[in-house]
Structures are given as structure tokens and as C-alpha cells.
Design a protein around this ligand. Sequence first.
Ligand code: NDP
Length: 430
Amino acid sequence: MWGVIGIMIFSHTLIYYCWICLTYYEGRFPYPSGVSDIIPFFARMGKHVVEGASPTWYACMIYWAFLLFEAFLQYVCTGVMVKGLPLEHEGGRQLVYNCNALQAWYITLGLWVYLQWSGLFPWSTLMHHYGPLLTASVISGNAISVFSFVIAIATGAQFRMSGNLVYDFFMGASLNPRIGSLDMKMFAEIRISWMLLFFLTTSCAAYMHEVHGTVSWPMLFLCLAHLFYANACMKGEECIPSTWDIFYEKNGWMLIFWNFAGVPFVYCFQSVYLAKVAGPIEHSSWYTITLYVILCTAYYIWDTANSQKNHFRMQQAGTYIKRPWALPQLPWQTLKDPQYMTTDRGSKLLISGWWAYARKPHYAADLTMSLCWGLICGFGSWVPFIYFAFFFTHLMHRGMRDNERCAKKYGKDWDRYLAKVPAQFVPGVF
Ligand code: NDP
């Protein structure tokens, strides 16, 4: 219990502390000058938050207009119907997911371009209201977590409860909460976090253009990186129902808060750093080009590794759907004659494609991309590397939990799998 209370306090502190570094200290980490300065230091930090990040009606309106618009699109857009993994505790029932994020993404992108072009809502507005928007998202993330928890308990939808109120609030009560056809977890995971991240980064680029009259190569790099990530989530939405977050994690504070506030607002600190602190800095051509090449390569491995495993699993389950209009279609995203290991549990474990080299090739590629997001900002501040540090810890912990779960689920078959694919991330290294 104390661990999760610590994580919740730390998450809020981290978000605001980094925001303060970028807004008031040019990316440096402020700290008390001595023991006698501890209380005044906290008073200064609090004053910064009150002055620069108090929620405003306008910021709340922007944030909630976005949420409601995406919820509306979730209900009306057409997509592909995909069955989730069988729910063991419900006798193998499979939920159906209306995967229409791609259509919603294209419509939202079209609207985003129109808003800038028409002058109705210049992109830089998000940056001008970043502090209040951040707090609007933090309040919303916490409020939605409380609301979801109370509703789950009130309707008897709780599942796999520990009996500790705080821990259960953190991990969530219900596994698959829905409002009609809107699946709360899929909605938060796909649409809110990644779309908002991309819009915040384009807002940073627009802000840089407004202030400096130019958009630097590092800033364009971040726009590309966040476009890659957001677009991949939309185009591969039908693969998400079989991921750990959807089939195992519950709709708790951890998932809700991080998707509604943490992911978009923390993952874009690099863009905020370039827009607000560093300005249109340029690195040497070889440094910039190398990072662009590494980003594109890591993206390719990440996208195709996820696709290979998910397409393989969907083919086995007979739910695979070809979506040629979901762009870009990358070579090697679907394996022909994949090699696999059969298990006593009935599931098959893929051991070809990227999965012949490591058990978590997609984590390695994802971490590489996150490191590039920091490196492109140079070394003037450590704030752009916070995301990498956080993500590294998160994926290590997640990988460990997943390994424990699979070892329990597959027993000796898991040991056979570990012997066949010994590397976790990179063959011969780790
Ligand atoms: P995985 O895609 O690694 O899914 C884990 C499950 O896949 C296992 O529990 C197991 O489930 C199954 N599995 C494991 N090995 C194999 C295999 N060889 N063949 C077939 N099935 C296998 O998990 P995640 O959901 O953690 O990650 C999905 C993606 O999301 C990753 O790319 C990750 O980097 C990204 N991600 C990004 C985050 C971010 O904030 N940017 C946060 C978290 C994840 P089963 O019981 O069915 O066998």
C-alpha cells in the first residue's frame, strides 16, 4: 500500500517539478540551498504552480472538448470488429471491440489542420495554456479514476481484488469497463494519450515558429517521432485487445492517470524544452542524421515486432484482418510460415521473425526511440531524458511482472522457451 501511495505522490511531484524546471529555471533542477531553505523552497515551488498552472475554464474547456469529441467519434466512426482474448473468469467469453481509431485519427488530423489554417484555433494555443491544461488533465485523470472505481464497486464489476482499498484503487476494480460500445481502457490508451501527445508537440513546433520564425530539425524530429507513435497506435488498434494492458491490467489509477495526464504531458517535455528553453538549436549534421536514422530503424523494428506477434496470435485465433489502408504497410509485418512453440496451455509462442532473437524485441526498440527523443534535445538539460528514465524503469518492471505471469502460466514450457530464446532485449547483451 505504501508503495502505491508513493507512486501516486511521486507521479504528481515529477510532473509539476519538471514543468517548473522548464517554465522557470531554463531546464535546470532547482533545489534548496540548505536545510534552512527547505520550507521556503517548497513555498517557491507551490507559488510557481499556483501562478502558472492554476486551472482555467478555457483550459478545462479545451481538454474536455477534445475528450468528448473523441468519445463522439468512437461511437459514430466505422472500423473493424475484433474479438478480445477469451476471459477465463467468464467461461471464455470474448468481448468485441469496434476498432475505429484510424478513421477518428484521420478526421481529427483533418480538423487539426483546418483549425490552424482557418486561424480559428492556432496550434500554438496549447503551448500558451500549457500549465492550466496540465492541471486540467491531472484533475480529470484523478476524478475519472475515482469515478471509475466507485462505479465498478457500486455495480459489482470488481475483479481480482486484493482487499486493500488503496492498492485496489491504484490497480483498478473492473477489468473491462464500458459505456455502451466505448471501451474505457481502449479509449484512454489509444485515442487520448497519443493523439494529445502529437497535438502538443505540433503546438510546440508552432510556438517555436511564432517566437523564432523557424522550426528546427530537432523539433521536426520530435514531430515525426510522435507522429510515428500516434499513427502506429491507430493503425494497429485491432492488435491492442490482446496486449497486456487490455487483457490483464484493470482500469485503475495507474492506467487512467497516466493515459489522461502523464503520457501526453510528460512524454512531450522534450518538445516543451525545445520550444520554451533551448529555442531553435541545431546540432552537427552527422549527429542529427544519425539520430533520424536510428529513430526510423527503431520504429521499423518496434512496429513490425508488435505486428508480427499480434498478427500471428490473431491468425491462430482466426481473427486476423488485413487492413491495407492502414498506412504505412511495412515489409515483414506479417510472417509467412511463422515458427512457433506449442505449449500445454494451448497458446503458441512465436519464435521466428524478430521473436527469434529476443523475448522483448519491441521493448528494446521502444526504449531506443525514447532515448532518441532525449538525445535530439542535446545535453543542455536533463529534463528531456526524464521520459527515457521513467520508461526504462516502467518497462523493466512490466517485463518482470509479465515474465512471472508467463512462468506461472506456462510452467516447464516457459523454461523451454527461455532456453530457445535466451535474450530478453538484445541477443548477446541482455
Ligand atoms: P507484450 O506485447 O510483450 O505482451 C505480453 C504477452 O504476450 C505475454 O503475457 C504473453 O501472453 C504474450 N507473449 C509473450 N511472448 C510471446 C511470444 N513469443 N509469442 C506469442 N505471444 C507471446 O506486452 P505489452 O502489452 O507490455 O507491450 C506492447 C507494446 O506496447 C510494446 O511495444 C511496448 O513497448 C508498448 N508499451 C508502451 C508504453 C508506453 O508508455 N509508451 C507502455 C507499455 C507498453 P499470453 O499469456 O497470451 O501468452
